[in-house]
Design a protein around this ligand. Structure first.
Ligand SMILES: Cc1ncc(C[n+]2csc(CCOP(=O)(O)OP(=O)(O)O)c2C)c(N)n1
Ligand SMILES: CC(=O)[C@@H](O)[C@H](O)COP(=O)(O)O
Ligand SMILES: [Mg+2]
Length: 640
C-alpha cells in the first residue's frame, strides 16, 4: 500500500514508524518527478530536501511551529505532506497550487516567498512576536547556501545573534545556487580554503602554539597533515562568532541522524544553526548530474530527462538576443563588463562568462551589491551591464537611485523578464519596473517592440553617456529578422508604425506587436488606428504622443506593467503638461492587484492586453468618441 496518499498532514506522518520514512521519501520523489515532468517547475531543489522535510515535520509541530522555506522553490515535499497531495497535479497551473509557499494556500505556509534570503529576518520577527505575546511555538528557517550569500541574510544573522531569541536556522548546503555557488563564503563552507588562507593560518597557529609553551606536541601532530589544519577552520566558527550555536555538518539524506539531531536542537535556547549537507537533484540521476539544468525546468520526458520539444520551433528568446548582442559588442569594446546576481544562465550571460571570464562577475544573490559594484566600475571608466530580472531589481532600488543615477553613471540595466513571467506567478512578474524607474532622474528607460529592436537598444544604451534601463519580456521574440548593422536610436523618440484618424494606440515593448494586430482587426471593421511604438518610457516622445492624440482625440495606451505610475500614466502626464484637454484615454496594463500564476498568453488575455483586448478597448473608445464628438473639441496647447 502506498503511504503518501494517506498523509493529510504532519500528524499522519508522525504516526509512521521511522522504518517507513525512506519508503515515503521514495514515493514523494516519484510524485515530484512525474508532476514536474508535466508542469515544469523547480525539480532539483525540491528533490534535495525530501529527507530534511520529513525530518522537520516529524520532529516539529507545524503549524504551531513555523517552518519557513527560503525562496520556497524547494517546498514541494512540504506541500505534499501538508495536505496538498490531491491538488499537487495543478502545481504552477493557472488556478492551481503555487510553486512557492503561500499563506492563502495553507496554514503550513507561513511566509509567501519567491525572492531569496528573507527567511531568517521573517523568522526572527516571528519568534520575537511569539516571545513578546507569550505564545507557544518554535520558528525554523530553512535557507540554502546560495541564499546565504545575500546581505539580507547576514543582516538577520547579525540581529539574531544580538537578540538571542529562540530560533533554528537550517543551512541547506548543496554547494549550488542555480549555477555553482560562488564567493568566499561558499569556499569557506565547503572548506575549499585557498592556499594563501591555509598558509597564513598555519603560520599563525604555529607561532601561537609554540609561544604557549604547551603547544609543541600538538603542533607536531597537526603539521603532519594540511587536511587536519584545515579541519580546524570549521564553518561553525563563522556562525559561532555571530552568537549562534553551530550544529553539523550533518548528512542531509540520513533520516535517523536528521531526526535525532533536530530532536535535540528543538529545545535549545537561543539561536542555533544546523548545517545540513544535501545533494541537489537527489534520487533522479539526470538532475543529480545536471542540477543547474534541473533547477527550474519546463516539461520533460521523465525517462530520459530530455526537454519536451515544442510542436513548432519558436523564434529565439529576447534573452538569447541580448546574450549574443552583448558578447558581440563586448568583443569590440574592452570597457564593457557584465554583472549578474547569481543568474548567469537565466540572464543569458553564460556565453559572456565563457568568452570573457575576466570581464564577467557573478556576485552571488546580491542585487544591491551588483548595482553599487557597477557604479564603482563605471566611475573608473568601464561600461558595466547589470543583467537582472525585473523582479529582482526591486531589491536594489536605492542603489539604482543613490549610487548610479544621482551622479549619472553610465550603467546599463538589462532588465529581463519585464512583464508577466507566467507560472512563477506574483513573486516573479516584472510588474513594476516602469513605475519605479520612471521616477528616477537621469535614467533613460526603453523597451523594444521586438528582438531586432532589442539589439539596437542595447547598442544605444552602451553609447549613451548616462544610466539606461532596457526592459524586455520573458520568452520568445516576435520572430523578425535581425539587422547586422547596429544603430543608435535617437533617445526619447518613438516611431509611428501605422496611421489612422479614428483612434491612436500608443504602446511600449511587448504591447506593440499585439497593438499592430489589433489595428489590423480594427481596419477590417472600418476603424483606422494610428499605432505608435513609444520605444522610450523616459524620456517619452511628447511630440509624437500629442500629435497622435490631437489627430484622433482617442488614445489607448498599452503596456505590460502596473498601470499605477506606468507608461500610460506617462502618456497622461504628457497630455496634461501639453494642455491637451478633451482627449479620451483608455490605459491597458496590469491592474492594482498582484497577478496570479498562469501561462503568459492566458494572463494577457484575462487582463485584456492581448490583441483582442486591445482591439475591443480601441473599438469601444472609437464608438464613444463618435457619439460625443470628442476629437472635434480638442484644443492642443504647447506648454512652456
Ligand atoms: C532576490 C533573488 N535573487 C535571485 C533569485 C533567483 N534564484 C532563485 S533560487 C536561486 C538559488 C538559490 O540557491 P540556494 O539557496 O542554495 O538553493 P538551492 O536551489 O541550491 O536549493 C536564485 C539565484 C531569487 N529567487 N531571489
Ligand atoms: C526560484 C527562482 O527565482 C528562479 O529559479 C526563477 O524561477 C527562474 O525563472 P526563469 O524560469 O524565468 O528563469
Ligand atoms: Mg544551494
Amino acid at each position: 500500500m502506498e503511504l503518501l496518499p494517506h498523509i493529510q498532514g504532519p500528524d499522519d506522518l508522525k504516526r509512521l514508524s521511522r522504518e517507513d520514512l525512506p519508503r515515503l521519501a521514495a514515493e514523494i520523489r516519484k510524485v515530484i518527478i512525474e508532476t514536474v515532468a508535466k508542469t515544469g517547475g523547480h525539480l532539483a531543489p525540491s528533490l534535495g530536501v525530501v529527507e530534511l522535510t520529513l525530518a522537520l515535520h516529524y520532529v516539529f509541530e507545524a503549524p504551531k511551529d513555523r517552518i519557513i522555506w527560503d525562496v520556497g522553490h524547494q517546498a514541494y515535499a512540504h506541500k505534499l505532506v501538508t495536505g496538498r497531495y490531491d491538488r499537487f497535479h495543478t502545481l504552477r497551473q493557472h488556478g492551481g497550487i503555487s510553486g512557492f509557499p503561500k499563506r492563502s494556500e495553507s496554514p503550513y505556509d507561513v511566509l509567501d516567498t519567491g525572492h531569496s534570503s528573507t527567511s531568517i529576518s521573517a523568522a526572527l520577527g516571528m519568534t520575537t512576536a511569539l516571545d513578546l505575546s507569550g505564545q507557544e511555538g518554535r520558528v525554523v528557517a530553512v535557507i540554502g547556501d546560495g541564499s546565504m550569500t545575500a546581505g539580507l541574510a547576514f543582516e538577520a544573522l547579525n540581529n539574531a545573534g544580538h537578540l538571542r531569541k529562540d530560533l533554528v536556522v537550517i543551512l541547506n548546503d548543496n554547494e549550488m545556487s542555480i549555477s555553482p555557488n560562488v564567493g568566499a563564503l561558499s569556499s569557506f563552507l565547503s572548506r575549499k580554503l585557498t592556499g594563501r588562507l591555509a598558509t597564513r593560518f598555519k603560520r599563525e597557529m604555529e607561532s601561537f602554539l609554540k609561544k604557549s609553551g604547551v603547544g609543541e606536541q600538538i603542533w607536531s601532530v597537526l603539521k603532519r597533515s594540511e587536511d587536519s589544519l584545515k579541519s580546524l577552520l570549521t564553518p561553525g566558527m563563522l556562525f559561532e562568532a555571530l552568537q549562534f550555536e553551530y550544529v553539523g555538518p550533518l548528512p542531509g539524506h540520513h533520516l535517523d541522524t536528521l531526526i535525532d539531531t533536530l530532536d535535540n536542537v528543538r529545545n535549545l535556547e537561543g539561536p542555533v544553526l544546523v548545517h545540513v549537507l544535501t545533494k541537489k537533484g537527489k534520487g533522479y540521476p539526470p538532475a543529480e548530474k545536471e542540477p543547474d539544468r534541473f533547477h527550474g525546468i519546463g516539461p520533460f520526458d521523465p525517462a530520459t530527462g530530455e526537454p519536451r520539444r515544442p510542436e513548432r520551433p519558436a523564434p529565439p528568446t529576447y534573452t538569447q538576443i541580448f546574450s549574443q548582442t552583448l558578447l558581440r559588442l563586448a568583443m569590440d569594446d574592452p570597457r564593457i563588463v557584465a554583472i549578474t546576481a547569481a543568474m548567469p544562465a537565466g540572464t543569458g550571460l553564460s556565453a559572456f562568462a565563457d568568452a570573457l571570464p575576466h570581464r564577467f562577475f557573478d556576485v552571488g544573490i546580491a542585487e544591491q551589491h551588483a548595482v553599487t559594484f557597477a557604479a564603482g566600475l563605471a566611475m573608473e571608466g568601464l561600461r558595466p551591464v547589470v543583467a537582472v530580472y525585473s523582479t529582482f531589481l526591486q531589491r536594489a532600488y536605492d542603489q539604482v537611485v543613490h549610487d548610479v543615477c544621482l551622479t549619472g553613471q553610465p550603467v546599463v540595466f538589462a532588465l529581463d523578464r519585464g512583464g508577466l513571467v507566467g507560472d512563477d506567478g506574483p513573486t516573479h512578474h516584472g510588474a513594476f519596473d516602469l513605475s519605479f524607474l520612471r521616477a528616477v532622474p537621469n535614467l533613460v528607460i526603453m523597451a523594444p517592440k521586438d528582438e531586432n529592436e532589442l539589439q539596437h537598444m542595447l547598442y544605444t544604451a552602451l553609447n549613451h553617456p548616462g544610466p539606461v534601463a532596457v526592459r524586455y519580456p520573458r520568452g520568445a521574440g516576435v520572430g523578425v529578422s535581425l539587422d547586422w548593422r547596429l544603430e543608435a536610436l535617437p533617445v526619447g523618440r518613438g516611431e509611428v508604425l501605422r496611421e489612422g484618424n479614428d483612434v491612436a494606440i500608443v504602446a511600449i515593448g511587448s504591447g506593440v506587436a499585439p497593438a499592430l494586430e489589433a489595428a489590423e482587426a480594427l481596419a477590417a471593421e472600418g476603424i483606422e488606428a494610428t499605432v505608435v511604438n513609444a520605444r522610450f518610457a523616459k524620456p517619452i516622445d511628447a511630440d509624437l504622443v500629442t500629435e497622435a492624440a490631437r489627430r484622433t482625440g482617442r488614445v489607448v495606451t498599452v503596456e505590460e506593467n502596473a498601470l499605477a505610475g506606468g507608461f500610460g500614466t506617462a502618456v497622461l502626464e504628457c497630455l496634461a503638461d501639453r494642455g491637451l484637454t478633451g482627449v479620451r484615454v483608455r490605459r491597458l496594463g496590469l491592474p492594482d492587484r498582484f497577478v496570479e500564476q498562469g501561462a503568459q498568453a492566458t494572463l494577457r488575455r484575462e487582463l485584456g492586453i492581448d490583441a483582442e483586448g486591445i482591439r475591443a478597448a480601441a473599438e469601444a473608445l472609437a464608438a464613444e468618441g463618435r457619439r460625443t464628438g470628442a476629437a472635434a473639441r480638442l484644443r492642443p496647447v504647447r506648454s512652456g
